[in-house]
Ligand binder design. Structure first.
Ligand SMILES: [Zn+2]
Length: 332
């Protein structure tokens, strides 16, 4: 199990986050935001296989690359599933309707949009076979702690203050249990296919395993041999001002492995950060320090900065949180 991530888009340009979760059995592909040209570095096959799309908010630098994405997946067999803040349904609906559609009755494309507001989620379905012209069904429900939960990972959403609501996300893999092979060898227990029964969470714990001339219950072997491994976790936070709401978010992402966080301004332009509802690199460092994260990745830097400014910003963040980096693909 692991979370692989890439920051899409260049320094000082529109950025997005692309995640692949490797469950050991399959990959899940997740896209967070979709600014201009951010998908240019991704293979077409990757884009067509994206499982879930998340938006922080719908300012143009987070949505301007949507048509490129839309063109590649509008009629695919697997439904397209979107999560986003208040207003996401209307914005996506309008974008799907930015084209002329006819001869579409055979198209399979189905778009499922989950809009979160005031503790509720409204789920709307829009179909290609309807020329994307109407919402074919819509239902509201109380939102759960996890907005998405699969057998391998869960996602939490929290809101940040960008003068509008900007959604932050925490991606958390489920824990796994592995056999302590060293202990197995130490105890001289003969390995075999029965190990799968010890690992399998649905196996009958009272079943008796015979191995090496001895017998053990599955429960005994589970307690003896299984070692818990926490899953990876990653937080995505962009477009927000450093205020009480951001401090609340820190509680939600506490102890996560990696934080991917916006870093719009240098410290001497903090007034611009406040004015424009953004944060500085140093404030991103404070968030990572308070959350006791392992690593901070800065992205979404203002286009007003050049070479040395980027290094200065990194230094400012590292004073507060030493394990701060730019995305390696930026080559800064
Ligand atoms: Zn914004």
């Amino acid at each position: 199990m692991s979370i692989l991530y890439n920051i899409l888009g260049k320094p000082g340009r529109d950025n997005a986050l692309y995640i692949k979760i490797n469950s050991g059995k399959r990959f899940y592909r997740l896209l967070f935001d979709c600014g201009e040209s951010v998908l240019a570095s991704l293979d077409q096959s990757e884009i067509k296989s994206i499982d879930y799309i998340f938006f922080s908010h719908c300012h143009i630098d987070h949505v301007a690359g949507f048509d490129y994405l839309f063109r590649r997946i509008y009629d695919r067999e697997k439904p397209v599933v979107i999560y986003g803040p208040p207003g996401i349904t209307k914005i996506i609906f309008n974008r799907l309707n930015g084209f002329t559609w006819n001869l579409v009755s055979d198209l399979k494309g189905e778009w499922i949009i989950n809009e979160f507001e005031n503790g509720e989620v409204k789920t709307s379905v829009i179909k290609a076979s309807d020329s994307f012209s109407k919402i074919s069904s819509s239902a509201s429900a109380k939102r759960d702690e996890f907005i998405l939960l699969t057998q391998d990972f869960g996602i939490k959403m929290f809101f940040l203050n960008h003068s509008i609501s900007s959604a932050g996300y925490l991606i958390k893999e489920k824990e796994t249990y592995n056999i302590d092979k060293d202990l197995l060898a130490q105890l001289g227990i003969t390995a075999g296919e029965w190990l799968q029964k010890v690992k399998d969470e649905n196996s009958d714990i009272n079943e008796i395993i015979y191995t090496g001339g001895r017998s053990y219950s599955v429960l005994y072997l589970k307690e003896l041999l299984l070692r818990k491994k926490e899953g990876d976790s990653l937080a995505y936070m962009t477009d927000f001002v450093f205020d009480g709401q951001a401090e609340e978010a820190v509680k939600i992402i506490k102890n996560c492995d990696t934080i991917v966080c916006e870093s719009q301004y240098l410290e001497d332009e903090k007034h611009l950060a406040e004015q424009n509802f953004h944060i500085t690199g140093s404030q991103a460092g404070k968030i990572a320090a308070d959350a006791e994260a392992d690593k901070l990745i800065l992205f979404h830097v203002s286009d007003r900065y050049r070479g040395d400014d980027f290094l200065a910003m990194l230094d400012e963040a590292r004073v507060v949180f030493p394990k701060t980096y730019y995305p390696p693909e930026w080559k800064i």
